[in-house]
Design a protein around this ligand. Structure first.
Ligand code: AMP
Ligand code: ZN
Ligand code: FE
Ligand code: FE
Length: 282
């Protein structure tokens, strides 16, 4: 069974609509794909309907933006109740703060002489989508200022750039409680993804495991072999399972869907623990 548990659609900063994303998953030979847009669950219905029609399984999920010590931490949440009031309120807050923050970043970029306008950025955010820095990058690509999202991040959009603005995000410990409260299964995303100027750490796995963290991403495009081994060791030590996922963003990143995969045992653990919604099988 080929399983990819972390992907993004046009409901956040991916470039495939949910139906196109499940088509791509099938074409890549996957049996199971999770849709995990940033801070939003609005893509689930389209993904599940399209997946049923073509015969592939969907795990509904969401990637919650968290923050600890001024540093961004991503928590994947599978099988949450999409109507849980506390979870929805937190995601709403995150999305509205993201919108304000993107406006401020565009103001700073324009004031810094980078030729970009609010309208050009707004044109890159699909209606209802969670706005993010990749949409600013897309506007810069569309305007011919840079060639790729990656170039825009390298030049102006990284966390340590003078144009970076933070947005509201819950602490990861609070987010784990929120996810469990919504019947979901919390999995720490890419804990050792290299971010310039930041010392990657697995301390959060140790801290969050007793609070209900269920798993941690080991195989991820931003983890090298040593990072993957370190994550596996921390997972064994704390009793959480490991996952492997592409973090596919369509054409927004180079990685192909299904490039990293999760062991069926981890999916079984997710399904055994999650009570807020169900894995959608054809
Ligand atoms: P934000 O959520 O607005 O803070 O932006 C973070 C998003 O940007 C994440 O989804 C990352 O996957 C994406 N991202 C970070 N660095 C890059 C890069 N170099 N190229 C493309 N996307 C990136
Ligand atoms: Zn993203
Ligand atoms: Fe992430
Ligand atoms: Fe992601």
């Amino acid at each position: 069974m080929r399983i990819d548990l972390h992907t993004h659609s046009t409901h956040s900063d991916g470039t495939d609509a949910p139906a196109a994303l499940v088509d791509a998953a099938l074409a890549a030979g996957l049996d199971v794909v999770a849709l995990t847009d940033h801070d939003v669950m609005s893509g689930w219905d389209e993904a599940i309907m399209a997946a049923r029609a073509i015969g592939i399984t969907v795990v509904p999920g969401v990637e919650i933006s968290c923050e600890r010590d001024g540093r961004s931490v991503h928590l994947l949440a599978y099988l949450v109740d999409p109507h849980d009031a506390a979870l929805l309120a937190e995601l709403d807050l995150a999305r509205s703060s993201r919108a304000t923050r993107l406006t401020r970043m565009v103001d700073l970029l324009a004031a810094g002489g980078i030729p970009i306008t609010q309208d050009q950025v707004a044109a890159q955010v699909p209606p209802g989508a969670t706005p993010g820095r990749p949409h600013v990058a897309d506007a810069l690509v569309a305007a011919g200022v840079v060639a790729t999202r990656d170039e825009a991040f390298r030049r102006w959009l990284a966390d340590d750039s003078p144009y970076y603005v933070r947005h509201y995000a819950p602490d990861p410990a609070a987010a784990v409680a929120l996810v469990r409260g919504a019947g979901g299964v919390p999995v720490l995303a890419h804990p050792l993804a290299a971010r310039r100027g930041v010392a990657p750490t697995l301390a959060l796995v140790e801290e969050l495991a007793p609070l209900g963290l269920a798993g941690v991403e080991a195989d991820h495009p931003d983890h090298d072999a040593a990072a993957r081994r370190a994550v596996r060791a921390a997972a064994r030590h704390t009793g959480v399972f490991v996952t492997g996922s592409s973090d596919y963003h369509g054409t927004g990143k180079r990685v192909r869907i299904g490039a990293e995969r999760t062991d069926p045992d981890a999916l079984a653990a997710i399904e055994a623990l999650g009570t807020g919604s169900a894995v959608a099988r054809p």
